[in-house]
Design a protein around this ligand. Structure first.
Ligand SMILES: Nc1ncnc2c1ncn2[C@@H]1O[C@H](COP(=O)(O)OP(=O)(O)OP(=O)(O)O)[C@@H](O)[C@H]1O
Ligand SMILES: [Mg+2]
Length: 316
């Protein structure tokens, strides 16, 4: 389980875009990811079209809920989400004076991991295999397609029951999966929720807009990470700076990339995310770029990033 905080206190640097599309890219490679939306704007919750009627992840900060009970399945392979809610904006007030407020998320994540380790060893992670009888009758080997074939033939009242049953099944599966990755989509403010993310994570992934101003803000962010490491989370390290919205044709962008690499060296991912209008359009389609425009530059870039993230594991 790699817990990665996707963070940058500068707004609009590509945090949400990276969480949503990296998770989808990892899913294509057969990995499972839990995206935890920590932003009261609920951008990644909405992008994945996950229902966010309740208080969502705020419930764990208010100590009303466990993370496991908040996990929602998505239509994207290998990806589940813990939704945010506007309540998160009140976390600062709710947690004022609370002892250990900065490490609530860490404790809840540890609890989630140990409960999943216990339960997922007993439960199959994959959906039920297709039986020979079903295969002969419907000619489908893929469980999802088989289900659709059955749905098409079902009577209308039977359909509702089938859909509800499937929703429950998928939710149960999402809540019993031992995920490979947890991606924390951080808010653009350096408040208590953001500190919780840094205290809970093993790694920090920093998306930066390829612009001169980012170079200044980045130093501050590294200082914050150092401080959190010193005081709250000795294991925390920055595993990557990700240049986003890169327009390779402009001289300005080239220079920013060069100074990033000069200053942070190996910490800068080889993958850069190019400026791609399809990335900006995909939230309104409620799909990650890999499903919305599988051949776009954006999809290719996030696949390359997924590849690089996975490769970090063999480097240790
Ligand atoms: N590579 C890209 N090409 C084009 N547009 C992009 C790209 N990456 C991000 N954007 C757009 O830039 C804006 C900011 O991106 P995003 O929401 O991912 O940033 P953020 O860091 O999560 O913002 P916030 O701090 O508000 O949470 C969005 O409108 C998004 O669609
Ligand atoms: Mg965001």
């Amino acid at each position: 389980l790699r817990v990665i905080a996707v963070t940058n206190h500068k707004g609009g640097s590509g945090k949400t875009t990276t969480c949503v599309n990296l998770a989808a890219g990892l899913g294509e490679k057969g990995r499972t990811t839990l995206v935890v939306d920590l932003d009261p704007q609920c951008s990644s919750t909405n992008w994945y079209s996950v229902p966010n009627g309740g208080r969502g992840v705020f419930g764990v900060f208010a100590d009303e809920a466990e993370l496991a009970d908040l996990i929602e399945p998505t239509e994207v392979k290998g990806v589940s989400v813990i939704p945010a809610s506007a309540w998160l904006a009140t976390a600062e007030k709710t947690l004022a004076g609370e002892i250990g407020a900065e490490t609530i998320l860490r404790r809840k994540l540890e609890r989630l991991e140990s409960s999943l380790r216990r339960s997922s060893s007993r439960r199959p992670r994959e959906p039920e295999a297709v039986t020979i009888g079903d295969y002969l009758q419907y000619g489908e080997k893929d469980p999802d397609k088989l289900w659709l074939a059955k749905l098409r033939e079902a009577a209308p009242e039977e359909r509702d029951r089938m859909q509800e049953e499937r929703r429950q099944e998928r939710t149960e599966r999402a809540r019993s999966t031992l995920y490979d990755y947890v991606l924390l989509d951080c808010p653009p403010t350096l408040g208590i929720v953001h500190i919780n993310a840094l205290a809970a994570a093993g790694e920090v992934l920093i998306p930066v807009e390829a612009h001169f101003m980012t170079l200044i803000g980045l130093g501050q962010l590294f200082q914050t990470v150092d401080l959190v490491r010193e005081r709250l989370n000795p294991a925390l390290r920055v595993t990557g700076v990700l240049p986003c919205r890169v327009d390779i044709r402009t001289r300005h962008c080239q220079e920013v990339l060069e100074s990033l690499r000069a200053q942070y060296g190996e910490l800068v991912y080889r993958t850069v995310i190019r400026e791609n209008v399809k990335l900006a359009e995909s939230p309104s389609a409620r799909k990650p770029i890999t499903l919305f425009e599988p051949r776009s530059a954006g999809a290719r870039d996030y696949r390359a990033l997924a590849e690089e993230i996975v490769a970090q594991e063999s480097r240790g």
